[in-house]
Design a protein around this ligand. Structure first.
Ligand code: ATP
Ligand code: MG
Ligand code: FE
Length: 333
């Protein structure tokens, strides 16, 4: 059973082919990072145009690498939200055209369910239920997955997402876009205790997050130092910022798992590629007898393989969508 899926919610045009929902035959990712770097972030209209230019080539490359043709595909999956509307529409329109032309069932996939599903590819034996921490460019959530495609949201960010905070702080300390990987690397040379940034836990027992205050605290620190004529250590700021974020998300994820008596914790989203987060979360999980699941970095950031996997399971439980499927930019988890 072959599933082909398209991901185009932001600035990656990706197409993958999977066998039986978990075996990756191809996962072609065409990133636009170099194009958007000049603007310091993703420009939506430019992203849509590049999806349009790249789509057919990426589809063909994905089929070729998998050694199959479109006639062999049994199911089509596509990200229909959340994301940039124009970018999403490129994937949705392409998937609908292929589904109509070849009479292949089509399933619309929630991008966030895709991020979680990256773990089903990485760990062939992983099954729900489990606790999941989702940390990406636009989302920060703690969810309890009760079954494939089914979850209870226990907490979320009240302002910025973790990835967004990384990207914004990277910009103000001059590391550029995309900031996450750059802060990850710079922090390795820095002292995480050089500057104390407040850890924001909110009300006792809350699994929600807030990172906009931290972003402001970094800005205030930079301004104060500049006014005093002191030199700023970029690695120290990166390491101290990162320590404040990671301490909070690790504590809350562990608390959620213990609270709901889940002994499996699944990490998902682009920030799951962060080396310190992976390391600190593993150490805390070990202390509490929780098994940690983390995808390889390439499966953490946007890719179509995770979308194909989620499509496969959604099709088993809910069947196909019709060709009225539309992009839904603010789709909730
Ligand atoms: P969403 O999935 O919420 O719609 P998105 O698709 O734009 O948002 P992802 O592709 O999942 O986000 O992840 C991109 C984010 O991950 C960016 O904010 C990027 O800075 C961050 N990121 C990537 N690698 C790392 C890393 N090593 N350390 C920290 N952050 C990282
Ligand atoms: Mg991206
Ligand atoms: Fe994403």
């Amino acid at each position: 059973f072959l599933t082909m899926a398209i991901e185009s919610s932001c600035d990656e045009t990706s197409v993958a082919v999977l066998a039986d929902g978990r075996t990756v035959l191809s996962n072609v990712i065409s990133s636009q990072i170099a194009i958007h770097t000049a603007f310091g972030g993703v420009v939506p209209e430019i992203a849509s145009r590049h999806h349009l230019e790249n789509m057919n080539r990426v589809v063909e490359q994905s089929l070729t690498e998998a050694g199959v043709t479109l006639d062999d595909i049994d199911l089509l999956g596509v990200t229909y939200g959340p994301g940039l509307v124009g970018a999403l529409l490129m994937g949705v329109a392409t998937a609908k055209a292929m589904a109509f032309a070849k009479d292949i069932p089509l399933v619309g996939v929630n991008h966030m369910h895709g991020h979680i599903s990256a773990n089903f590819i990485q760990y062939p034996d992983l099954k729900p239920p489990f606790m999941s921490l989702i940390v990406s460019g636009g989302h920060t959530n703690i969810v309890e997955m009760t079954d494939y495609g089914q979850c209870n949201v226990l907490g979320g960010t009240r302002d910025d997402a973790v990835g967004e905070a990384y990207d914004k702080v990277a910009r103000v300390i001059g590391l550029g876009y995309p900031g996450g990987p750059k802060i990850d690397i710079a922090a390795k040379e820095g002292n995480s205790q050089a500057i104390h940034f407040k850890r924001v836990f909110l009300e006792k027992g809350s699994l929600d997050f807030s990172f906009s205050g931290l972003k402001t605290a970094v800005l205030n620190y930079l301004n104060t130092e500049k006014q005093a004529g002191r030199e700023i250590s970029v690695p120290d700021v990166a390491a101290s910022f990162q320590a404040a974020v990671i301490e909070v998300i690790v504590k809350k994820a562990i608390e959620a798992a213990l609270d709901k008596r889940q002994d499996k914790l699944v990490l998902a989203g682009g920030v799951a590629a962060n080396s310190k987060l992976r390391c600190d979360l593993q150490a805390e999980c070990d202390k509490h007898g929780i098994r940690l699941y983390v995808p390889d970095p390439v499966l953490c950031t946007d890719n179509a393989a995770m979308i194909a996997c989620a499509a496969y399971y959604k099709y088993q439980t809910l069947g196909a969508d019709d060709l009225y499927l539309d992009a839904y930019p603010s789709l909730a988890i």
